[in-house]
Design a protein around this ligand. Sequence first.
Ligand code: AMP
Length: 480
Amino acid sequence: MSFSNLGLSEKVLAAVAATGYTNPTPIQEQAIPHVLARRDVLGIAQTGTGKTAAFVLPMLTILEKGRARARMPRTLILEPTRELAAQVKESFDRYGVGQKLNVALLIGGVSFGDQDTKLTRGVDVLIATPGRLLDHTERGGLLLTGVELLVIDEADRMLDMGFIPDIERICKLVPFTRQTLFFTATMPPEIRRITETFLHNPEKVEVSRPATTVATITQLQVPSGREAHDKREILRRLLREANDLNNAIIFCNRKREVAVVHKSLQKHGFSVGALHGDMDQSARTAALDQFRKGEIPLLVASDVAARGLDIPAVSHVFNFDVPHHADDYVHRIGRTGRAGRTGTAVSIVTSLDHKSLAAIEKLIGKSIPVAEGDWTSRPAEQAGPREHRERPREGGREGSRGGRKRRRDRDAGHGGGRNPTPAIQPTVATTAPTPGTSPPAQRPPSIGRPAGPRSSHSQSEPADHSHLPAFLLRPVRARV
Ligand code: AMP
């Protein structure tokens, strides 16, 4: 099947050809003809399947005829996050090059006045997050009665974020006769209910979830104490000791935790950005841009902020927290091992996570091996390059007296005596396999340096950094 058989306009086909895509993805192949036939569509597909182009390309074809009127957008796309909205706008910019369409973005954290000015000029495509859209309608600056086509994207994520009442309100503001395209990755009962209300006799198109455990991703778990500072210490060790770490996303379950982990890693000299819903838009955009360009190799993120973002392949994913939803695990680790590349996903697991972990192992159909080593005890922190490290705190939870003693021991070259730093060569899994899952691999590949004596150095000697990942040697950037 080629794009030219789907009924798209010449202009759109030329734009697609310019991007270098030769064949439509399954969701595009199935959905585009229905959209062009002006049918409602229920698309069950995750990000990464090409679903954005599945609605953007036919919309561009449809919008070639007709003109926009002031304050009355012709089409409306609802997205759960600002980044996703911005990403959809980029798609319109890319595929709509041959057309003079007005595409406006209504997202929080951006000047209200500028958005209002844009609306008065007439908008063909309005891409919005629900809250900001309702702000505009309530102020009377926006009328949704001219919307011919409504897209509700990432509906299950909207549900998680509590946006469904807003979506219901918005649906009452658009004409009953509009065409609706509804995309969701999963179909929980609440989503099923609203599809029955919002969609008229929809065409259902479903593509299978991306392979849950890409063979090229090494998955490991590292046991940790329950305390957040235990987990942060383990995270630092993982970052320092992982093999071939080029760049990594560190996922936390809550935005507050994202901020704490981000700050802590910065304090410890890592070049790191953060992405969570409470940051202002310019900071979010800056962090994402820096990460995309490789200027910052580490990004601490929440699921909501990172969901669906088109981030280039990363070498490592770290789950600072085990996600509560098994689907999120699959989504997170899918950030690495893309396009046949190898990748590593390491989860920090506490005794509180065993239920979530069991659900994940059930979903992916295998158990996740435990990385070899003594992770629960607290061996000496290995010093990073001195210029990148803040002077170790003498007080506080992460600068305890034990820490001082360990630093002294390490400087004296006897490795702390108590807990020789473990190798991160994973052993054969020690977790009991989840019922119904396959047994663990015999010898999972390594995420760490080969086992062996750790170099030690004193404050007076120049440190040997040859074993450190390259990113640690990059200068620390100002906080965004
Ligand atoms: P999405 O699921 O919309 O987030 O798309 C995931 C990625 O697939 C994006 O980087 C798109 O640019 C890319 N993509 C979309 N359509 C195609 C296609 N037909 N062939 C190859 N890549 C595509």
